[in-house]
Design a protein around this ligand. Structure first.
Ligand code: NAD
Ligand code: MG
Length: 398
């Protein structure tokens, strides 16, 4: 029986992970669950899965959960506060840790799981974008394995030789091709982007996901973050990762080898496929996803990304090339801009403008080997972004 800790169990990836565990309950068990503040959903999860421990960052919500858990006679210990996320990440009964917190908030617990030698199932791409070198080092120091959950990186992982090591360039690879759906605004006239609403941005044509990553998919920043993610995971340079728009989201990514062979992984767009792959690895278990019917789909299209419509992708490429603290600055500025857009205080087209303005004020430091330097860059970029959005040029508001 494999014990699994899920950081971010109430989110989109967290709920899909629990669904795969539910379908494979003879093989795996959820031993630790964590969330930010949704005590109601976490209580339902505790009721069904009876984990050893449940963590809520919000202490008031944790107190409410504890009451309910006691009243229901569940065996679950309830902890509150952000520090307790690390307790769940290091939970002794967990062999695997699903890192599915959204954003920079996931970095410290993800690092803790890596250092503790857990098998790290990594959905929280922002952690890798911010501190890729440190996270890969922590995986090596802990002696665990890293299996990517992001569908593109999981696809690449499946197309690479079985003995690959996190951060080490696999032999014989010429480049990897990350596929992008193009998001909901692939064909929208550019001048209409200033007026799109958060709900329109989150109505992804292929994937149902949390709101932050949905907005990132609409700006193509998601693909930019994934480019940086791929460089760290597979030891590649930025120009060895190419992006190709593939609106059907059936080919999840590809690896091109030196001899001209291109290997791809295909499947319906359902996160339970990469999640089940990672949970069962190196075996295979059912995920609950519909089987792929290529005849019904009929055709698969590919096109180049429009870098003018999607400047975030170019900013991410530049940050990947620059290295050092540049990706952490990019990520922090983006998180701030996306949050402000979701609160309807910034227009969609201004998201890249905020990022550009932050890079003009925050200096990049190359060659980082210290977590403090990264956390400082993150904090600086957040205050620079807040300043930009507080004194907006007129175009920042719709
Ligand atoms: P979500 O918003 O649906 O869920 C986020 C989870 O993190 C929730 O459980 C929430 O309680 C928790 N959380 C949020 N802020 C927190 C904080 N400050 N401290 C502790 N916990 C906090 O997000 P999601 O769509 O499930 O995405 C999770 C991660 O997986 C993201 O990094 C995303 O980029 C990545 N990812 C998601 C998908 C997808 O299909 N949803 C696909 C690929 C990668
Ligand atoms: Mg992805």
């Amino acid at each position: 029986m494999k014990g699994v800790a899920i950081l971010g169990s109430t989110g989109s990836v967290g709920v899909s992970t629990l669904d795969v565990i539910r379908r494979n309950s003879q093989e795996m068990r959820a031993v630790a669950l964590t969330a930010l503040s949704n005590d109601e959903r976490l209580f339902h999860q505790c009721h069904e899965f009876r984990p050893d421990v449940a963590v809520l960052v919000d202490r008031d919500a944790a107190a409410r959960l504890e009451k309910q858990v006691k009243a229901a006679g569940l065996p679950t210990e309830v902890l509150g506060g952000a520090e307790s996320l690390k307790v769940a990440a290091r939970w002794p009964q967990a062999q695997s840790v699903m890192a599915a917190i959204v954003g920079a908030a996931g970095l410290l617990p993800t690092l803790a799981a890596a250092r503790a030698g857990k098998q790290l199932l990594l959905a929280n791409k922002e952690a890798l974008v911010m501190a890729g070198n440190l996270l890969i080092e922590a995986v090596h120091a802990g002696g665990g394995v890293l299996i990517p959950i992001d569908s593109e990186h999981n696809a690449i992982f499946q197309c690479l030789p079985g003995d690959i090591r996190a951060g080490v360039r696999p032999p014989g690879v010429r480049r990897v091709l990350l596929t992008a759906s193009g998001g909901p605004f692939l064909r929208l006239p550019v001048e209409r982007l200033v007026r799109v609403t958060p709900d329109e941005a989150c109505a992804h044509p292929r994937w149902a996901m949390g709101r932050k990553i949905s907005v990132d998919s609409a700006t193509l920043m998601n693909k930019g973050l994934e480019l940086i993610e791929a460089c760290h995971l597979f030891g590649l340079a930025a120009d060895e990762v190419d992006v190709v728009v593939h609106p059907q989201s059936i080919v999840h990514s590809m690896v091109e080898y030196l001899d001209g062979s291109v290997l791809a992984q295909l499947g319906n767009p359902d996160m339970r496929i990469p999640i089940a792959h990672a949970l069962a690895w190196p075996q295979r278990r059912p995920s609950g996803a519909d089987r792929l019917d290529l005849v019904a789909i009929g055709r698969l299209d590919f096109e180049a990304p429009d870098m003018e419509r999607f400047p975030c992708l170019a900013y991410a490429q530049a940050a990947a090339r620059a290295g050092g603290t540049a990706p952490a600055i990019l990520n922090a500025a983006n998180e701030m801009a996306v949050q402000t857009f979701l609160e309807r205080r910034l227009n969609f087209a201004a998201i890249p403008e905020v990022i550009e303005a932050v890079f003009e004020t925050v200096e990049t430091i190359g060659n980082v080997s210290d977590l403090e330097v990264i956390l400082q860059a993150d904090a600086q970029a957040r205050s620079a972004a807040a300043a930009v959005m507080q004194h907006p040029v007129t175009e920042l508001h719709a």
